[in-house]
Design a protein around this ligand. Structure first.
Ligand code: PLP
Length: 454
C-alpha cells in the first residue's frame, strides 16, 4: 500500500493550484480544499487525515463490486504483461475484447448480441448518436436524424452526450445542445406532478413523447434515449405506468430505443440490467461504470441484431484508440466473473435491495423528508419544508440538499445531493450492518441539517 504522501494542506494547495476538477467551483476549491481520498476497502474510503468514510455512492455509481478486490488488480497486471495495448481498428482484434464482447452478449437481454467498445459512457453515447442516424441512412430513410431525450436526463459530458442529456446548467456552457436533439419532460411526479396521481402523471409524461414525435414527424425521428431510472437527475424512479406507455409509443412509430444503462446496468436495479427490471426491449444499450466496477475506464454500446445487421453492411467510420482496451477488458471480464460467481447481482436483488429499501423508506418519518424512492440499490429522498404540499424550500434557506450533503461529509458518509434531493447508490456488496450504519449517519445528518434550516 502506498501510504506516504505530502501533508494534507500541501496536497490541497497543489490540487487547487494545478488540478482542474470536473463539476467543481474553483473558488470553493481554493477556499476549502478538496477532500483527498487515499485508499478504500469494501464500502469504506479513507481520506488523507485517516477518516473512514462510508461511500454510499460507490464512487460515481460505479464500484458495484466494492473496493479492494485484488483479483481485478491481478487481471490488469497479467494483461499488461501479456499485451498492454493493441487496437481493434482495421480488422484486428485481441482475446480480452473478444471474450468480453461474448460475455456481455450472453448477459444482455433480448437480441443485444453485438458490442461496440468505448472508453466511457459519454463516448458510448456519442457512438449511439451516430449509429442510430447511420442506421436510418442505411435503411434508406436519411431524414430520420432527430433523437429525443428528456430534460434532467444525464448521458455524459462530451458535446454529443451532453446534448443528449437534459441538464440545462450544462447546456448553458459551451454551445450545447447541438442541433437534431429534442428534449421532453421527465417523469418526476414529486416535483412536477401537481394534482395528478402518480399513475396519471406517468401516462401524461409518456404521452409527451408521442406529442413530440407527431410535432417533428415520425419520419424524422431516429431514436429515443433514456435511463430506465434517471440517476444523476436525482434518482427519479418513474411511476409504474410510464414505461409500458413509452414502449407502446416507440413500437407504434417504429422509433429506435437506446436504454442508457450506465448506472442501471450490472445489478444496480436488482437485476443485471434496468431494462429487465422494467421489461424494456432496447435496440441499443449504453453500458460503462459497473461493467468494470470502475476499476478501469471502459464503456460500450450493446447493439441488437437488427441494428448491427444493418450497420455491419458497411464501414462505420467511428472508433476510439481505447475501444476494447485489453487491460480494461480483462478487468471487466474478471469483474463480471465475480459479480456472477459470487452471486452478487442475485443477492443485491433478492436480499440487499429489500433490506435497504425498508430502511430507506423509513426515513420518511423524518421532518425534513417528503418522499423516499428506491429501485434496487439506487435511492433518493426529497427534502421539503411541507410534505403535504410537496413544497420547495424558500430561496433564503439556500440549497438544503447541499447543507445536508455537508453534514453527511462531516459524519463520514458520502451521499450526493441533486438540488434538495439526497441520493444513494452504494456498492452492491454492502452488508446489512453497513446499511444500518448508513441509515444512522443519514439520520444524524438530516437532524443536523434540520437544526441549521430552522
Ligand atoms: N450515462 C449515464 C446514465 C450516466 O450516469 C453517466 C455518468 O454518470 C454517463 C452516461 C456518462 O458516463 P461517463 O462519465 O463514463 O462518460
Amino acid at each position: 500500500m502506498i501510504e506516504n504522501h505530502l501533508p494534507t494542506a500541501e496536497l490541497q494547495r497543489l490540487d487547487a493550484a494545478h488540478h482542474m476538477h470536473p463539476f467543481t467551483h474553483g473558488d470553493a476549491l481554493a477556499e476549502k480544499g478538496a477532500r483527498i481520498i487515499t485508499k478504500a476497502d469494501g464500502v469504506f474510503l479513507t481520506d488523507s487525515e485517516g477518516n473512514e468514510i462510508l461511500d454510499a455512492m460507490a464512487g460515481l455509481w460505479c464500484v458495484n463490486i466494492g473496493y479492494g478486490r485484488k483479483e481485478l488488480a491481478e487481471a490488469a497486471y497479467r494483461q499488461m504483461l501479456q499485451l498492454p495495448y493493441y487496437n481493434t481498428f482495421f480488422q484486428t482484434s485481441h482475446v480480452p475484447a473478444i471474450e468480453l464482447a461474448a460475455r456481455i452478449a450472453e448477459l444482455a437481454p433480448g437480441d443485444l448480441n453485438h458490442v461496440f467498445f468505448a472508453g466511457s459512457g459519454s463516448e458510448a453515447n456519442d457512438t449511439n448518436l451516430r449509429m442510430v442516424r447511420q442506421y436510418w441512412a442505411m435503411m434508406g430513410q436519411p431524414d430520420r436524424q432527430v433523437v429525443i431525450s428528456r430534460w434532467n436526463g444525464y448521458h455524459g459530458s462530451s458535446v454529443g452526450s451532453g446534448s443528449l442529456g437534459g441538464m440545462k446548467f450544462m447546456h448553458e456552457q459551451g454551445g450545447m445542445p447541438i442541433p437534431g436533439i429534442e428534449h421532453i419532460d421527465q417523469p418526476d411526479w414529486w416535483s412536477e406532478g401537481g394534482d395528478m396521481t402518480p399513475e396519471a402523471f406517468g401516462i401524461a409524461r409518456a404521452r409527451a413523447l408521442e406529442e413530440r414525435i407527431l410535432e417533428i414527424g415520425a419520419d424524422r425521428v431516429a431514436a429515443f434515449i433514456a435511463e430506465p431510472v434517471q440517476g444523476a437527475g436525482g434518482v427519479i424512479v418513474p411511476p409504474e405506468t410510464y414505461w409500458p406507455e413509452i414502449k407502446r409509443i416507440l413500437a407504434k412509430y417504429d422509433i429506435l430505443f437506446v436504454a442508457d444503462e450506465v448506472i442501471c446496468g450490472f445489478g444496480r436495479t436488482g437485476n443485471w440490467f434496468g431494462s429487465q427490471t422494467y421489461d424494456l426491449v432496447p435496440d441499443i444499450m449504453t453500458i460503462a461504470k459497473g461493467l468494470s466496477s470502475g476499476y478501469a475506464p471502459i464503456g460500450a454500446s450493446v447493439v441488437s441484431d437488427k441494428v448491427a445487421g444493418v450497420i455491419g453492411k458497411g464501414e462505420f467510420a467511428h472508433g476510439y484508440t481505447y475501444s476494447g482496451h485489453p487491460v480494461a477488458a480483462a478487468v471487466a471480464l474478471e469483474n463480471l466473473r465475480i459479480l456472477d460467481e459470487e452471486g452478487i447481482v442475485e443477492r443485491a436483488g433478492s436480499v440487499t435491495a429489500p433490506y435497504l429499501g425498508a430502511k430507506w423508506n423509513s426515513l420518511t418519518d423524518h421532518p425534513l423528508v417528503g418522499e423516499a424512492r428506491i429501485c434496487g440499490l439506487m435511492g433518493s429522498i426529497a427534502l421539503t419544508p411541507d410534505k403535504a404540499r410537496r413544497a420547495p424550500f424558500a430561496a433564503d434557506k439556500g440549497t438544503v440538499g447541499l447543507i445536508c450533503r455537508e453534514r453527511c461529509f462531516a459524519n463520514n458518509l458520502v451521499m450526493r445531493h441533486v438540488g434538495d434531493r439526497m441520493i444513494i447508490s452504494p456498492p452492491l456488496t454492502i452488508s446489512e450492518a453497513e446499511i444500518d450504519l448508513l441509515i444512522e449517519r443519514a439520520r444524524l445528518s438530516l437532524d443536523e441539517a434540520l437544526d441549521i434550516v430552522n
